[in-house]
Design a protein around this ligand. Structure first.
Ligand SMILES: [Fe+2]
Length: 263
């Protein structure tokens, strides 16, 4: 377990450098061309003169605006209409799945037709969206996480142990026409140093790939004090609510939208 903790922290450190780079990139992208209009002032004491000066200045400004909005090179339409905050990235960690063969669908608690009954089942749903709020269809969403004992299905953690105990460990789905995705899994448990989290990677044509993690309300703080993971924790935190009904697919449900930046 200690070895796993060190591995994850090391990966987080590397990822932190990467995400800082990404953040800088984002900052650059979101820097829209600034229009600096300096309104002239007048020393005329005459109120009518002053009024005339202002009128002319506003007119000049409108002309300047019109010339800019008809110049495509200076307009970043996406930035101008941004409605959603892009989902922050977070550490990939050292346990990204190595073998995507076999049963890798979105139902992580049914493996080759057999039900995994440990832990608390969770329906994780959401939409993949652009920063302007448009749904992204056909995005590839992958998740990976620990089983009910805190083990990843990964050769460097517990080998195939969790898989043999019946938990799929990871899954991959595509968003539908409305950008929606869904996984049935278990609510992960915290393990030494880390709060409960699910790793997510999203790829969509025309958008930047996103690797992040989703955390759970009330238990989203790092337990180690190490600072290698995302500090934008509030934007990566969901509430897991009971899913009622005799035929409910899972005991809990949580919604996490994934907002991507254009490539
Ligand atoms: Fe992890």
């Amino acid at each position: 377990m200690y070895k796993k903790f060190i591995l994850e922290l090391s990966a987080a450190t590397l990822s932190d450098h990467a995400s800082r780079g990404a953040s800088n990139e984002r900052a650059t992208v979101s820097n829209t061309p600034a229009l600096n209009l300096t309104f002239g002032t007048t020393s005329h004491a005459d109120a009518d003169n002053q009024k005339a000066t202002v009128t002319i200045t506003r007119r000049s400004a409108l002309i300047a605006l019109a010339s800019i909005t008809t110049t495509p090179m200076l307009v970043d339409a996406d930035a101008q209409t941004t409605a959603l905050t892009p989902t922050p990235s977070d550490s990939e960690g050292p346990f990204y799945p190595t073998d995507w063969s076999g049963d890798i669908d979105g139902d992580l608690i049914t493996v080759n037709g057999k039900r995994y009954n440990d832990g608390t089942s969770l329906l994780l749903t959401g939409r993949v969206l652009s920063a302007t709020g448009s749904p992204i269809a056909g995005a590839r969403i992958e998740i990976w996480q620990v089983d009910a004992t805190g083990k990843y299905r990964h050769p460097n953690d517990d080998g195939e142990g969790p898989f043999k105990r019946g938990f799929q460990g990871f899954g991959r789905v595509e968003s539908d026409g409305s950008g929606a995705y869904r996984f049935r899994t278990i609510k992960p448990i915290a393990y030494r140093g880390r709060p409960a989290h699910i790793h997510i990677r999203v790829a969509a044509s025309g958008f930047r790939e996103l690797t992040t993690q989703v955390y759970f309300a009330g238990e989203n703080k790092e337990r180690s004090g190490f600072g290698g993971f995302s500090k934008e924790r509030d934007k990566l935190t969901v509430s897991a609510a009971p899913l009622r009904g005799a035929n409910a697919e899972a005991k809990l449900t949580a919604t996490f939208d994934l907002v991507l930046l254009k490539a």
